[in-house]
Design a protein around this ligand. Structure first.
Ligand code: HEM
Length: 394
């Protein structure tokens, strides 16, 4: 008879993976899941171990779908060892805490302008009409991609993430992602070629020039996979802002507290990251045989540390399944762990916090509709839309 993990379907994970993860944590914390073709790791301690043991578990799998889409060549995420350290060191300070005042101002400016338009409307889709354009445009300006329209970046990000999480196995999504990858090459290749000749202090320019002798920048082809990988993440901050707004709407008492005391919003952002991680799992390949929680993993297999499950591990978090903005904050795994931790970690909570703060400020009558949208996904978990009304309650 099939084990619970062997009986899982992509559909059940797509609709709501959390009850599944709870059972796996209890019964099969390291489990082969045929529907995903991976060994799924669901307890926090094991997830941390996999993500911080690069001798046994690596990201550098040339056959990984994201690596193929970002290629030819390896993005920062698919690099290991010295190559990874060199790329990371060249740009880490560009997205560190010092960037935050600039990011706050940019996000504030973009959000305020969008809200001036939306405040004249009775009903809005917060995902497509507010969170995505605001977070996307703020990230684009921070990275030096402001010359590419935000809608184009969003389209590329959608094409990639739709192919990476493709519950119906639609081959059209892979075709669309491959086309987006070619468009990125065609659009960004010349931008990088220009920056090689004329550095401008931007993030993209640093990827080419930082740590290199003057006049000897990296090739555009070396840098392009990392830029494409980052563009694929462009929709994730907007998903987080949507998940936060949804979590608060589902907990009206906590929403009322946040409305009155905006200082609580920061705790709400971090609790939403934990409770509804927009990036639910990541991938590693085993380099050698290892044993995890008593389970033998052969070399050359795919392992998926499940961040969304680790974030609700009852061994670490009290009442882990509850959304509670007042809980004592503990490290969660939504932004990764170990050397590949999200490069934009410092910026992501700021984007979500500023976007939601200005929304509550400028649309004081905002009400999320009962059938606002559907929350779906296991690899990525986000709302397809988030309908809200802006008029005073009748
Ligand atoms: C809510 C938003 C986001 C979440 C939850 C998130 C989450 C993550 C996670 C879990 C990882 C680690 C992947 C792994 O270990 O396999 C990661 C890596 C990374 N993320 Fe993010 N990310 C977000 C947004 C972004 C954005 C907007 C960018 C840049 C535009 C970005 C850039 C990166 C980069 C470059 C890496 C690879 C770092 C490395 O390999 O050293 N992320 N992210």
């Amino acid at each position: 008879m099939d084990s619970f993990a062997e009986s899982l379907t992509v559909d059940s994970l797509y609709v709501d993976p959390y009850p599944i993860y709870a059972r796996l944590r209890r019964e099969e914390p390291v489990a082969w899941v045929p529907a995903l073709g991976v060994w799924l790791v669901t307890r926090l301690h094991d997830v941390r171990h996999v993500m911080s043991s690069p001798d046994s578990f690596v990201t550098s799998d040339p056959d990984a779908p994201l690596t193929k889409l970002c290629g030819p060549g390896m993005s920062i995420l698919a690099q290991e060892g010295d190559a990874h350290a060199e790329t990371r060191e060249s740009v880490a300070d560009r997205l560190a805490g010092e960037t935050i005042p600039g990011l706050e101002n940019v996000t504030d400016e973009i959000a305020t302008a969008e809200l001036a338009t939306l405040s004249r409307r009775d009903s809005v889709d917060l995902m497509s009409e507010y969170f995505q354009p605001v977070c996307g445009a703020a990230m684009a300006r921070t990275l030096g991609l402001g010359a590419v329209p935000e809608s184009t970046l969003r389209g590329w990000s959608s094409a990639f993430t739709d192919a990476l999480q493709n519950p119906s196995g639609d081959p059209g999504r892979n075709t669309a992602a491959a086309a987006a990858s070619r468009e990125m090459d065609a659009t960004l290749g010349p931008v990088l070629a220009e920056l090689r000749e004329h550095p401008d202090g931007s993030f993209l320019s640093a990827l080419l020039h930082a740590g290199r002798p003057v006049g000897d920048p990296r090739d555009a082809e070396t840098v392009l996979p990392t830029v494409k990988m980052m563009i694929s993440a462009f929709k994730e901050p907007g998903w987080l802002a949507g998940n936060l707004t949804y979590a608060l709407a589902c907990h009206p008492g906590q929403l009322a507290q946040v409305r009155v005391d905006r200082e609580l919003l920061n705790a709400a952002v971090h609790e939403a990251m934990r409770w509804l991680a927009p990036v639910g799992l990541v991938g590693r390949k085993t380099t050698r045989e290892s044993t995890l929680d008593g389970v033998r993993l052969p070399p050359g297999v795919m392992v998926a540390p499940c961040l969304a499950s680790a974030n609700r591990d009852e061994r670490e978090f009290d009442d882990a399944e509850q959304f509670d903005i007042h809980r004592a904050r503990k490290p969660y795994l939504t932004l990764g762990y170990g050397r590949h931790q999200c490069l934009a970690s410092a910026l992501i909570p700021v984007l979500a916090e500023v976007a939601v703060d200005r929304l509550l400020r400028d649309l004081p009558n905002l009400r999320v509709e009962p059938d606002a949208g559907e929350l779906r996904g296991w690899k990525f978990r986000y709302l397809n839309r988030l309908r809200a009304t802006t008029a005073p309650a009748p």
